[in-house]
Design a protein around this ligand. Sequence first.
Ligand code: GLU
Length: 285
Amino acid sequence: MTTRGRLAPTPTGLLHVGHARTFATAARRAAGSLVLRLEDLDLARCQPEFAAAALEDLHWLGLDWQEGPDCGGPHAPYRQSERDSLYREAWQRLAASRAIYPSPHSRRDLATAATAPHPGPDGEPIFPPQLRPEDWPLPADPGGLPWRFRVPDGREVCFEDVRLGPVTRTAGVDFGDFVVWRRENLAAYELAVVVDDHLMGIDEVVRGEDLLTSTARQLLLYEALDWPPPRFFHAPLVVDAAGQRLAKRTGGLAIRELRQAGVVPAAILDGPLTELTEHVRQANR
Ligand code: GLU
């Protein structure tokens, strides 16, 4: 049996140890074919240097993919910025079936509304259901307004994670109506990723545990689009000795930095984190 997997870096910064480990897991688990897809939808934040650096770092780590921006293949293009028409087709189907609705409310409106959203368990505000429109005309194009997916309040979304076993998130409690189309007239992450994983024939999605609630949202999208979902493997997050998550914004260990400090790929992918931090400390002295 073959498993088609994917690596989906977002080129808004340099890849760090957490990415490397999640991607290595995806590469090891994919049997047969691995797709590399650049998640560069937000062109204002994504920079070509980061995309080039991501490909180079992945090659240096020894992760090889069979289809992607630098090796072609039957499912090109592999950049989300070039797949807009596919996301629009999905928007059209969801809007026609009324699974989504236009939602003019800005974050500021929400914060000041009498119905100010309360934070869910992940700390993310739950969109107030009172602000769902009763009725709305179906436009030819989503442009101009954000669109939200109307979640089935109280419904338990359950799935069997390959690593964690059964996972449940409750719609309307753990997460609320989420954005599928952005005000900038671009697909939002949740929609783009579902369309891509489906059309690219991905069998197993390997991603960080921080995306468990996103996976529940995406399962609702698969259902609304009448597509079978892939399997999900949520990888552990890389944390430091104090249990703090290493995130790129807080200066998580960039692969580049480790490489310059003389660290070898095997140590980045499987070695103890304390050694990696020590290398960087010594190199910066
Ligand atoms: N581009 C996303 C990231 O870098 C991938 C998320 C996913 O696996 O869907 O976090």
